[in-house]
Design a protein around this ligand. Structure first.
Ligand SMILES: [Zn+2]
Length: 194
């Protein structure tokens, strides 16, 4: 939570840029995946809006009618956050009308969708038992592996230390066996705690 810097107080007139209210605590909210490094990324929020957004609580549909106004803001971050929330209220006709009434920059729409896309594209590596693996972990082979090219069999039970995750493939890790770095399938390993 970050309080409003002076330039954001000035832009927002110290009022919530979504609902227009002023509350005792006001927050400079950076819209993910952007950070609190510039007010271009931020929206000034009252404590009510901030709490609902940080708890992802969009159940009070009428509360968010203010977005039909804030979507017309000339500030890109305010438009982006309004768009993000309105898109979650897609059962409501007024919300869909608000979205259709305004023509938004592609950059605003891309920013509004960026967090969900990032989440969807995350590659998560799990061992044979569904335990999440991280770079630097040690794993134990759960079966004998024929190491192609190296002409030996890595025995079941061997510990492989300091694995690396293969970035774009959730089913593969890299580890060293007898000095050779080999690709190992995550379904043949178990995370080791030693
Ligand atoms: Zn508010």
């Amino acid at each position: 939570m970050k309080t409003l810097p002076s330039n954001l107080i000035e832009r927002s007139s110290n009022a919530c840029e979504l609902c227009g209210e002023h509350t005792e605590s006001m927050t400079a909210y950076a819209i993910p995946p952007k950070n609190n490094d510039s007010i271009e990324n931020e929206v000034a929020l009252c404590s009510n809006c901030f709490n609902k957004i940080s708890n992802a609580d969009f159940s009070d549909l009428n509360y968010w009618r203010c977005l039909s106004g804030s979507i017309w803001s000339n500030v890109a971050s305010v438009q982006t956050l309004s768009y993000k929330i309105l898109s979650k209220l897609n059962t409501e006709d007024w919300a869909m009308e608000a979205l259709e009434s305004v023509s938004l920059d592609e950059a605003v729409i891309n920013w509004a969708n960026a967090e969900d896309e990032l989440e969807a594209s995350k590659v998560i590596h799990k061992d044979a038992y569904g335990v999440i693996l991280e770079s630097g972990d040690s794993v134990i082979l759960t079966q004998n592996l024929n190491v192609k090219g190296a002409n030996f069999i890595a025995p079941k039970g061997i510990v492989i230390r300091k694995i690396k995750l293969v970035a774009d493939n959730a089913e593969q890790i890299e580890g060293k066996i007898e000095g050779d770095t080999i690709v190992i399938l995550t379904k043949f390993v178990r995370k080791s705690t030693v």
